[in-house]
Design a protein around this ligand. Structure first.
Ligand SMILES: [Zn+2]
Length: 188
C-alpha cells in the first residue's frame, strides 16, 4: 500500500511585484506568518479581498514569496460565490484564467489570474523511483473513512524540492470528509 499525507489548500493568491505595490504601497513588504509544506513557500500575514461580478471574499491569504505572475487559486464553490468561471489548471498555467479584482489597503487591480487548481501529488524524483510513478502522469487516490472516495486523474508533479503529499482543494476535501494530516492510499 502506498500511503500519502493529505494537505488541503484553501483559496489563496500569489502576487507579482507590480500588483503587490499597487495594493500595499511601495514601501511595504510581505511578512512571513508560517511556512507551508512545499519548500520555500509561506503563508503571509497580509490578506486581500477578492471582488467578483456577484460578490466579494475578504481575508484571502497571500502565499509568498512574490512571483513572476499573479495567480488566484479558488475552489469551484468560491468561484460560484464570486460569480466567476475559472478553468481547471495546473499551477503556473494561466491560459484562459478568469478575470477578477484583487483589492488591498492601498489600491486594487483587475487581473486575469483565477484558476481552479487540478488536484495533484507532490513527489521528488526519489519518490517516483520508490513508488514507480512517472512524472506528469495521473494516478488514483483513495480517501478512507465514512465518506470514502476514490479520486481519479490525480496529477503527479515532480521536483527535487517537493515533499511527498497529496494536495486537494476545500471542495474535494469536504466531499470526502477529510482534512490536512489524514492519510490516503495511492493506486498506480
Ligand atoms: Zn500543491
Amino acid at each position: 500500500m502506498i500511503r500519502i499525507t493529505i494537505e488541503v489548500s484553501s483559496r489563496h493568491v500569489h502576487l507579482n511585484r507590480v500588483t503587490w505595490t499597487e495594493l500595499f504601497g511601495r514601501r511595504s513588504s510581505l511578512h512571513r506568518q508560517r511556512a507551508i509544506s512545499q519548500t520555500g513557500q509561506f503563508a503571509a500575514r497580509e490578506t486581500v479581498t477578492l471582488i467578483g461580478p456577484r460578490r466579494r471574499i475578504p481575508g484571502v491569504r497571500i502565499v509568498g514569496p512574490l512571483r513572476k505572475s499573479n495567480q488566484v487559486e479558488l475552489s469551484a464553490t468560491d468561484a460560484r460565490f464570486l460569480g466567476c468561471l475559472p478553468p481547471l489548471r495546473d499551477s503556473g498555467d494561466l491560459r484562459g484564467a478568469a478575470p477578477i479584482v484583487i483589492a488591498g489597503p492601498r489600491g486594487r487591480r483587475r487581473v486575469s489570474a483565477a484558476i481552479i487548481q487540478r488536484r495533484h501529488i507532490h513527489a521528488s524524483p526519489a519518490d517516483c523511483r520508490r513508488y514507480r510513478l512517472r512524472p506528469g502522469t495521473t494516478v488514483r487516490v483513495k480517501i478512507h473513512g465514512p465518506r470514502a472516495l476514490l479520486f481519479d486523474r490525480v496529477y503527479v508533479k515532480v521536483d527535487p524540492s517537493f515533499v511527498w503529499a497529496l494536495h486537494l482543494d476545500t471542495d474535494e476535501a469536504n466531499a470526502a470528509r477529510t482534512a490536512t494530516g489524514d492519510v490516503a492510499e495511492v493506486f498506480r
